[in-house]
Each structure stands twice: as structure tokens, then as C-alpha cells.
Design a protein around this ligand. Sequence first.
Ligand code: G16
Length: 513
Amino acid sequence: MKFSYGTAGFRTEASLLDAAIIGSTAAAALRSLELRGKTVGVIITASHNPVSDNGVKVIDADGGMLSMDWEEKCTKLANVTSKSELELLIKEYLVPSTFQPTVVIGMDTRPSSPRLSELSKVILDELSTAYKDYGFVTTPQLHWIVKLINQNSSYSIPSNPPPLVLYYDSLCNAYANIFSSFTVLHRPTLTVDCANGVGSLPLKELSKRLKDYINIRLINNDPCTSKYLNNGCGADHVKTTQSPPVNLVDKMVPNQLYASVDGDADRIIFYFTEKEKKFHLLDGDRISILLVSFLKILVQKSRLPLSIGVIQTAYANGSSTAYLKNLGVLTICTKTGVKHLHHEAKNFDIGVYFEANGHGTVLFSQGCLHKLWNPPTEKSDTETSAIVALLQLSQLINQAIGDALSDLLAVLSVLGSLLCDAKGWLSMYDDLPNKLVKVKVADRSVFVTTDAERRLVKPVGLQEKIDDLVSQYENGRSFVRASGTEDAVRVYAEAKTKKAAEELSAKVCGLLQ
Ligand code: G16
């Protein structure tokens, strides 16, 4: 098994993952040592993948994704073929230090996760690394915890109140504050499909704590019946099939808002049906546009000089990019993977990033927060309320990574503030019909891309053939890239009509055969 640190760490069939767990855990301990004992995270999850898979990802000390140079070291550590080779590499990466390396670990609810988590702890003991095991947590919760611990100058793990309690307190208090500023106090109803994953647990907690503000109904919320994890449900199913979870087909209440999270609750997708049962998807592009439209209004009202940018990937619907251009918001396209989007978003005072699949967040820079906390003394009521609203949103939205729970509350906050319903949200623009297909190929590594994955460099000659097909369709666009989380190649196609998008998709897939 040759591991490579993909879009979100290492992922493969769970029984083949041991070497990746050992390598990642060693990398986390060594990284912590290099950072003078700052806490680093190890999360065991395969997120949207089938239940038979598992994965592991290292969370860097700032609560974000692992730095690129450590991805390389992590890959080397995961690919050793003997214990002596591992020991040699550890020696090479070891920075002499008197600091105590510290790691926090967490896992999703897959049946293979507890064993892999135990293996990780064995390695931490071997490397005399202090650790705290948070058990079943969502990926964004562990990111949030790492960020919280390292904000504290002594890097100690707060025990009272425990970090998870602080996580819920901070989300729920921020939402309650925003709710009280609504002009019309309306308690929305939202049905959330939990993908039968680890997200079921915090969503239960959230629905309990916020019962006075939101009527949250949970479905597919049994994380113990593992065969149903991401199976006919969850954000990935809804986005790729452009249809509801199978147990909601023909059962959705018209004009009511629904949402699906994925297996580790780092993505969220919204949807609703109209009377005639027409299904409408409100995906990551639409979340991004809803949030940035509201943020732009607030920044204008605040009269503070704050830059706003939106980061998308090649999967963003062409209509969403055109809408942002009209809105006058700078939009940047990066490679797939939140690590790329997050990095770009940091270049703005307010950086909004979402992948079309529902993975994203809004980053408020330190400079921006400083301006919000220290505004000019002479200011109007409109300016003050806009500044307060921006601060409340910065507290609600997870600053470490995309988080389905905080994104859920951010969307409801903006809809409530704008007195907008699902239909109004949808009416912002019309999506270009599109199709996303997974194709199994003998070796996905032969697909090499450029231009933020929008064009293929290899196999030589294939891009020209795709260009030729695309030129035959009005508003046509298509690209091919190797997945970094699954053993497959993804083919995206969009065009003016549904029939044309499907035809273009089939023809490009045909080229791969
Ligand atoms: C992960 C990454 C996302 C990425 C997705 C699909 O999501 O965190 O940024 O969009 O994989 O990536 P790929 O197309 O390379 O397979 P998740 O939710 O599975 O962690």
C-alpha cells in the first residue's frame, strides 16, 4: 500500500490503514515538539466515504489543516516498510526540545474507528507524548478544540468547563444574540439528515439547547447502525444525486427547509421542494452567496474599510461565479480541498470560502476583528448595529475550519435577518444544469491537472478532446480530475440545458473509457 496525503489526509479501506495511523500519529507528535509543545490534533474519519473505509488527518496547531511541508513528512512516515526505517525518520524529523509534545485525538462512529484510535494511542505512549482522547467528535469540533487550546498561552487543555462545553456555549450564545436582534422573532423549522454519522451526537445537543429558537427535527441520526452511514443519505448523496435522502423521497413538506450533513459533519447542504414536489438544492455555492451578500451589506453600513473576497473551486456553478462578479465581489478559484481555499481566504479582511459540496466557512482576519472591536467613536446607530452584527457572526462561525453546525446556524441567522425563506434564497440566481460523475479507472495518478484543476496536462491529448466536446454545447464547461479521497476520477459537466449537461458528461466519461 503506497499512501499519499490527499485532499483530507489518508483514506482507504479501514483494514489497510494501520501504517497511515502510525505515520500520522508520529507526525503529530513531532510537529507538536517542533512547535514547542503546542497541541496538534489527530482525527480518525473517512467523512463522506463508505463505511468500510476509514481515514486519518493531522490538525495543525492553528486549528487548520496540516502545513504542506509536514504533509510530505507525514507521507514518508506512513510509507516506511520497517520499524527501523520509522525510527530513522523520526530521528531525522526530531527537533531537540525540552517541551512536552501534546496531541488531542478524536474519531467518527465507524466500527473500525475505536481500534484505529487505540493504535494511535499506543504510538503516542511509545513517543512519550501527552494526549487527551475526545472520543466521538466531529472533525470541526476537534479543529476548534486545537485552536482553543493553542490560543491559551500555556497550551494547557482547559478542563473546566471542558472544551466541548465551551464549543456548544459559544455557538448557542452567539446564535441567541443574533436571534434577539431579528426584527421579526420567528422560530424556524428545520429537518436535518445526519447521514447516520457522528454529527448526530452534537446535533442532538444543539437541538436541545436551541429549542426556544429553532425547531430542529433530526433524521438518519443513528450513528450506531453503521451500515447506513452515508448510505442513501448525507450531504454527498444529496449533492451528487441532486435528490433528497432516500427515506425522504415523496415525504418532504413543501416549502420547508431541509439540510444534510456528511459523515463527520464538516459539510452541509440545504434543500426544499415546492408544491409540485420539484426538488431544489441550496448547495455550498448558494450558502456562500447568501452569506457574502449579507456581509457586504453589513460592511457597507459599518462604513469600515474591510475587504471581502470569495473563494470557490472548479466545481462552483458558472451562474454563481457570474452572480458574484455582478455583485462586485472579488472571486478566486483554487484547487479542490479546504486547505487550498482556507489559505486564499486568509488574504482578505473577510474571506468567504465554500466548495459546492457544502464545505466551507467565513474567516475574519485579526485586522478585521481589531477594526470591529475598536471602531471610530463618532458613529451612527446604523453603523453600530452593523458592527455588532459582524462581531456576532465572527463568534458564531467556526474560524478553524468549515463546520456543518456553525454553518447551519449562520445560514439561519442570515435568513432570519433578511426575512428571507428558502424560495427567496433560491431566487438569487438560476443554476446552470450540471452533472458530477465518479469514474473508476485503472490508475487515477495518470490524471495530472493545471489551472486550479480546470485543465488536464496528462494524459497528453485528452484535454484537447474535452475542449472539442465542450465547444459543441452552449454555456458548456467540463473538467476531469483525480479524487484525493476516493479511488476514482471525478467528471464535472455543465451546460445550458439538463439534457445538454448530461450528454456532455456522458461523452467526456466516454473519453475516459
Ligand atoms: C474532503 C475535503 C474537501 C473535498 C472532498 C472531496 O471532504 O475536505 O475539501 O471537497 O474531500 O475531495 P476529492 O474530490 O479530492 O475526493 P470530506 O468531507 O470527505 O472530508
